[in-house]
Design a binder for this molecule. Structure first.
Ligand code: ADP
Length: 355
C-alpha cells in the first residue's frame, strides 16, 4: 500500500506515563474504507494508541499522520477524527436530536439550520433511531444510547472513527446485534473504523483486519483468518483464547515440552519458544491408548456447553489446564469421567511451533 493512500499512519510512536511505557515504537499504516479491530489484553496500550490518534495524548516520540498531513501537534478538536466513548458521554439533559446536533450547532464552522437538520436526521436514521428524535437520553435504553453516541460522531462526517470498546457496556444479545450494525453502517459510509476491544471474538468477527497489541507493541496486523490460523507469536495465540500454548524449548528442530521431545518440521520465528495446538484440534482418547502422534495424559475436570460447541477442561500432571473443543456439528457431546485420566492427542501438522 502506497503511503500517500494511507488514511492514518503512525511512525515510531512511543508514549510513557511516569515509568510505564504504554506504547513502544509503534508504526502502523491503514488505508481508507476498512474496519480495523485493535485487540489486546488489558494494559497492552489499546486506549493509549486510540488517544494518541485522536489527539487526547501527545506521543513522547514519533509522528502521527492523517490524510497525508502530520497532525502530531494539532489539537484534538481540529483533527476531524470521530471518537465514540465506551460510556457514551451524552448530555443527559438534552434530547436525542440535540445530542446529535450539538457538534454541528456549536462547532467553529458555521452550518445553516437547514443543513444541521438534514444531517442530524440522516445520522439518526442511519443508526436506526428515526422517530426518537424528541426523546430525552434518560428515556432510552443502553443500546439506543450507544446509537446516539455513534450518530453524534457520524454527523460530523469524519473519514476516520475511533471506537473505544463501544459495545463493552451492552448485554450479550445487544452486543451481537450491534456488531452487525456497526459493520453495515461503516460499509454504507465507506469510512474507516478503528475499534478497540479486549474480546478476541469481537475483534475477529468485526475487523477486515486485526491489530494485536502486546505490551505496547504491535504483535500482528493481519486479516482475521490469518490471525486465527497463523498467530504470529505465542502471546497472540494465547490472547485468541483458541489455542493450548505449551512452554518449552526448541533446539535443532526438536521441541521439548511437557509432552516430551517432538521432532518438528515448520517453525514460526519468535523470540519465545512455545508449542500451540488449537482447542478443536485435540482428540480425547482413553488413558493408555497407543495411537500415533504427539499426546499428553491429562485428567478430566469439567465441561461447558457453549451452544454450537462444548468445551472440555483437562489438567496435566503439572497442573496446566488444557481445553478441548468439540463442535456439535461433528456429533453429539461426549461424556468423560471427572478425575479420570485420558490421553489428549493431536496431529503434528496441527501444531504451531514458535522459536
Ligand atoms: P489498554 O487500553 O490496552 O487496557 P492502556 O492504553 O489503557 O491499555 O494502558 C497501557 C498502560 O499504560 C497500562 O500499564 C496503564 O496502566 C498505563 N496508563 C495508561 N494511561 C495512564 C495514565 N493516564 N497514567 C498512568 N499510566 C497510564
Amino acid at each position: 500500500m502506497a503511503e500517500e493512500s494511507a488514511i492514518f499512519r503512525l511512525e515510531g510512536v512511543t508514549k510513557t506515563y511516569g515509568g510505564v511505557t504504554a506504547l513502544r515504537d509503534v508504526s502502523l499504516s491503514v488505508s481508507g474504507n476498512e474496519y480495523i479491530s485493535l485487540l489486546g489484553p488489558s494494559g497492552s496500550g489499546k486506549s493509549t494508541l486510540l488517544r494518541v490518534i485522536a489527539g487526547f495524548e501527545t506521543p513522547d516520540r514519533g509522528r502521527v499522520f492523517f490524510n497525508g498531513r502530520d497532525i502530531t501537534n494539532i489539537p484534538a478538536h481540529e483533527r476531524g477524527i470521530g471518537f465514540v466513548f465506551q460510556n457514551f458521554a451524552l448530555f443527559p439533559h438534552l434530547t436525542v436530536y440535540d445530542n446529535v446536533a450539538f457538534g454541528l450547532a456549536n462547532g467553529e464552522k458555521q452550518v445553516s439550520r437547514d443543513e444541521i437538520d438534514r444531517r442530524v436526521r440522516e445520522a439518526i436514521g442511519l443508526v436506526g433511531l428515526a422517530g426518537m428524535e424528541g426523546r430525552g437520553v434518560h428515556q432510552i435504553s443502553g443500546g439506543q444510547k450507544q446509537r446516539v453516541a455513534l450518530a453524534r460522531t457520524l454527523v460530523m462526517a469524519p473519514s476516520l472513527v475511533l471506537l473505544d470498546e463501544p459495545l463493552g457496556a451492552l448485554d450479550a444479545n445487544l452486543r451481537n446485534r450491534m456488531r452487525n450494525e456497526l459493520r453495515s453502517i461503516r460499509e454504507t459510509l465507506g469510512v474507516t473504523f478503528l475499534h478497540v476491544t479486549g474480546s478476541e471474538t469481537e475483534a475477529l468477527a468485526m475487523g477486515d483486519r486485526v491489530v494485536v497489541l502486546d505490551r505496547g507493541r504491535i504483535a500482528q496486523f493481519a486479516k482475521p483468518d490469518d490471525v486465527y490460523a497463523k498467530p504470529a507469536t505465542p502471546n497472540v495465540a494465547h490472547f485468541l483464547n483458541r489455542y493450548n500454548v505449551f512452554d518449552g524449548t526448541l533446539k535443532d528442530k526438536t521441541f521439548t515440552g511437557p509432552f516430551g521431545s517432538l521432532a518438528v518440521s515448520a517453525t514460526t520465528p519468535s523470540d519465545k519458544s512455545a508449542y500451540a495446538v488449537r482447542y478443536d484440534r485435540m482428540q480425547v482418547e482413553p488413558d493408555g491408548s497407543k495411537g500415533s502422534g504427539p499426546a499428553i495424559p491429562a485428567t478430566f475436570v469439567a465441561s461447558e456447553y457453549l451452544g454450537s460447541s462444548v468445551m472440555y477442561f483437562f489438567e496435566t500432571a503439572e497442573g496446566k489446564v488444557i481445553e478441548v473443543e468439540h463442535h456439535l456439528s461433528l456429533g453429539a457431546p461426549k461424556t468423560y469421567e471427572p478425575k479420570s485420566r485420558y490421553m489428549l492427542r493431536w496431529k503434528p501438522d496441527d501444531a504451531i511451533v514458535f522459536g
